[in-house]
Design a binder for this molecule. Sequence first.
Ligand code: FAD
Ligand code: FES
Length: 251
Amino acid sequence: MKYDTKDFKLLKNEEIAKGIFDWTVENSELCKLAKAGQFVNIKVPSRTLRRPISICDACENTLRLVFQVKGEGTKLMSQMPVGSYVEILAPLGNGFKLEKGKRYCFVGGGIGVPPLLFSAKQTENPMIITGFRNKDLIILQDDFKKVSDEVYLTTDDGSAGIHGFVTDVLKEHLGEVDEVCACGPIPMLKAVAEVCKGEVNCQVSLEERMGCGIGACLVCACKTKTSEGEAMTQVCRTGPVYNAEEVFYDA
Ligand SMILES: Cc1cc2nc3c(=O)[nH]c(=O)nc-3n(C[C@H](O)[C@H](O)[C@H](O)COP(=O)(O)OP(=O)(O)OC[C@H]3O[C@@H](n4cnc5c(N)ncnc54)[C@H](O)[C@@H]3O)c2cc1C
Ligand code: FES
């Protein structure tokens, strides 16, 4: 795996929904290397461990990262001023495997939605289904509409879009796609995998607590199913994307 660490200038830091921040960093080198579903590991000032964040988009000279404030690290990140420098280790992990000629459906839940933008951009005629708890947490809808003519939005409480879950929409349209790529909370990934089982192939992006992000510390170890039985895997190095059938959702 080829990755590097460098300081990059923060060009934009904007709160796009309550507690959710949209970063643009100047990064001509990484943009060329980044692949769909990969992530970066960010050095937070005064913290030892880096924070893993998915690549939301990579344009000619900039990298886009969208993150939600969860604890101290992401809070500090949200307060970093435009013009400051961010130390980024990237690009990391193995992302979605996307084949030419296939129609993909990208299914995202909550803060699992960002990596699907860069991924969907690399496919033809993608279908996008994103779901959020309520209208205040909705993100990236205008961006997805630029990439696809078929964008579905659901909210758990019905405050915007379709009242229900992403899987309600996926069940209706599964026959129109060749493969599904999903990122979001584990219960959502489990439900998406069940809908796809026996119908279409499904790839899921997992989120595990991480330390190093490069396969050196084992913090992200998780059990997966292989053709030879159960095996431990490092989500940062082997994943974060797995075939849906390889994952233990209830572990
Ligand atoms: C591959 C990958 C991609 C991710 N992409 C995004 C994204 O695009 N947007 C987004 O908002 N969040 C994303 N996350 C989750 C994000 O990394 C955590 O929310 C963040 O690390 C929390 O850090 P904190 O200091 O605010 O929270 P704390 O709870 O204070 O963190 C304490 C420690 O635990 C680690 N940690 C805590 N939660 C997680 C977690 N869920 N995953 C990994 N390490 C964690 C932190 O790195 C830190 O070392 C991703 C996680 C992974 C593994
Ligand atoms: S985070 Fe250290 S091995 Fe995966």
